[in-house]
Design a protein around this ligand. Structure first.
Ligand code: FE
Ligand code: FE
Ligand code: ZN
Length: 291
């Protein structure tokens, strides 16, 4: 069984129930969402987000809730050591976000490790690990934090497996940490993403394959090692359908969620079609024009 889906919105009036309905509409068996706007810290109480109704529907359709992922807002930057107040805000917000994730009965929270904003990498890695410890030391929710592999845009931390391994090793709560591999990001970071076996061998040797808990499946608008991080629709970018299909199959083999974060095309969601083609293992010519 391939657990595959996409990033989905959560908006009123149906909130999580609307998210789940969309997942079914697109034929998804996995999905990801933000518990509020990704760019700010305004959050509605989870009690108003129709979680009960949504979970009843998930249950009725026998949807495996292990394949649902929350993405932490990208304003969280645990790596800022120039302005300590940014780090402190990130710690308290991440604590709250873990609790919110648990309120949805979701056990995976994807997090961008952070940006160093000009400070020395080693110090930033230590700081991030310390702040993760601060978050986790008095947290007892059954939620894993999945550090995402980053493209290395600007001063992003986590664009190499060794940096993610270092974060996990520096933390006192490695059992609470996993990794989410983003195909666009590793390609933009310079990995030979077309060599799935080779990449996973390196992943296994540096981090350990058991830590791989989710895949973000995206094509890339830019060439390898461009450090840009601009996602493209499946088959329309530099990675191509063949390689992306291989990654989807790898996700299936590992039993982990495969999540599309590809862009809308002419205001239309591409996910239903992308999922269909990835399940089939066949791409249709100029499929985007037929959306
Ligand atoms: Fe992300
Ligand atoms: Fe991603
Ligand atoms: Zn990205």
């Amino acid at each position: 069984m391939m657990y595959i889906g996409s990033h989905l919105n959560m908006s009123g009036p149906e909130y999580y129930l609307g998210t789940v309905k969309k997942a079914f509409e697109y034929g998804e068996t996995a999905f990801m969402f933000y518990t509020g706007a990704p760019q700010n810290t305004k959050r509605l109480p989870t009690s108003s987000l129709k979680i009960e109704e949504a979970r009843a529907l998930l249950k009725e359709q026998q949807f495996n809730e292990e394949m649902i992922v929350v993405h932490a807002p990208y304003i969280i930057n645990l790596g800022n050591i120039i302005k300590p107040e940014v780090g402190e805000l990130a710690v308290s917000f991440l604590k709250q976000e873990i609790k919110r994730t648990a309120d949805f009965h979701v056990r995976k929270l994807v997090l961008h490790p952070g940006s160093s904003v000009g400070a020395e990498k080693e110090i930033v890695l230590k700081t991030i690990a310390q702040r993760l410890d601060e978050v986790l030391i008095d947290d007892h929710h059954d939620v894993l934090i999945l550090l995402e592999t980053m493209a290395g845009k600007g001063s992003e931390v986590g664009s190499s497996f060794s940096e993610l391994a270092e974060l996990i090793n520096l933390s006192h709560f490695p059992e609470r940490l996993g990794v989410c591999l983003d195909t666009c990001h590793i390609h933009d970071a310079g990995y030979r993403e077309d060599d799935v076996k080779g990449v996973l061998k390196e992943f296994d040797e540096t981090i350990g394959l058991s830590k791989l808990k989710a895949i973000h499946l995206n094509d890339s608008k830019n060439p390898r090692a461009s450090h840009k991080d601009r996602h493209e629709n499946i088959g329309y970018g530099d990675i191509g359908f063949l390689t992306l299909h291989k990654w989807a199959l790898k996700g299936e083999e590992l039993g982990i969620p495969v999540i599309l974060e590809t862009p809308y095309f002419q205001e239309k969601a591409p996910y239903k079609k992308e999922i269909e083609m990835l399940r089939k293992g066949e791409i249709e010519d100029s499929w985007r024009d037929k959306l």
